[in-house]
Design a protein around this ligand. Structure first.
Ligand code: ADP
Ligand code: MG
Ligand code: MG
Length: 247
């Protein structure tokens, strides 16, 4: 589904990704762990097509299409979802408006009919229930005044509504207490653990991986994948730190 080969990227002319390769098949959950500043967020921004993140070499394909050649909205319409380490606030736009417009823009790009207001609300209610987020929160401006945990649960509601093929989740566990972590983990499993979908979980800590069990764990250090393994690698990292493993 996603094939990244020898990817190089710079931010503000500084080389950050330096030959990163990774392949993710449908049905798989991959985790990327790594020290602060390793380039984890940069990888997710590059895959999402964020301005300012310049690809200087290598390739990335999504379902066989050249991902790096697509606009951010084309990537989303093709089924790529990015969850951010720091979700944005959008004052003046309600979650419901934002989500319905996002969903219908993606449906339009795929040549599908827009969802009616009623059908959309039904869908939103179902996904909010899954993430234990009150429907009232969905009527408020996007993320404004939301706690860290509410932002992350809201983001997972977005993911449930947009129903992507591939979700790249950057430190979705940061700022979550144990209860919220469990709800978010269950949400990721319910929405994304399917044979036709895949997840790339970027995380600093092992604890989310107790809830969303990855099939593969990779260590990103110095802008490349320096080690890959199964779920046990996450525990090794937690026990011994990155310095030893990445050395
Ligand atoms: P991680 O998510 O693994 O902690 P990042 O991808 O956020 O790492 O950052 C990788 C490196 O890129 C860091 O050294 C960081 O300082 C640098 N970096 C990220 N964004 C910018 C930017 N906008 N301008 C300059 N340097 C940046
Ligand atoms: Mg960081
Ligand atoms: Mg980061």
């Amino acid at each position: 589904m996603l094939k990244i080969e020898n990817l190089h990227a710079t931010v503000a002319d500084k080389p950050i990704l330096k030959g990163l390769s990774l392949a993710i098949n449908a049905g798989e959950i991959h985790a990327i762990m790594g020290p602060n500043g390793a380039g984890k967020s940069t990888l997710s921004y590059v895959l999402g097509g964020r301005p300012g993140y310049e690809v200087t070499g290598g390739s990335a394909t999504f379902d066989g299409q050249d991902l790096l050649d697509m606009d951010p909205h084309e990537r989303a319409a093709a089924g790529l979802f990015l969850g951010f380490q720091y979700p944005v606030e959008i004052p003046g736009v309600s979650n419901v408006q934002f989500l319905r417009e996002s969903l219908n823009a993606q449906r339009k790009a795929r040549g599908e009919e827009p969802l009616s207001g009623g059908d959309f609300l039904k869908l939103a209610r179902e996904k909010a229930g899954l993430l234990k987020l009150d429907m009232d929160m969905l009527k408020r401006p996007v993320n404004v005044g939301f706690s860290g945990g509410e932002k992350k649960r809201n983001e997972m509601v977005q993911m449930g509504i947009l129903d992507p093929k591939l979700a790249i989740l950057d430190e979705t566990d940061s700022g979550l207490d144990i209860d919220a972590l469990c709800v978010v983990g269950d949400g990721i499993n319910a929405i994304m653990r399917r044979p036709d979908k895949a997840v790339l979980l970027i995380t600093h800590y092992q604890r989310l991986l107790d809830y969303v069990r990855p099939d593969f764990v990779h260590v990103l250090a110095g802008g490349r994948i320096v080690k890959s393994g199964g779920p046990e690698l996450a525990r090794e990292l937690e026990a011994h730190g990155y310095a030893e493993i990445a050395a």
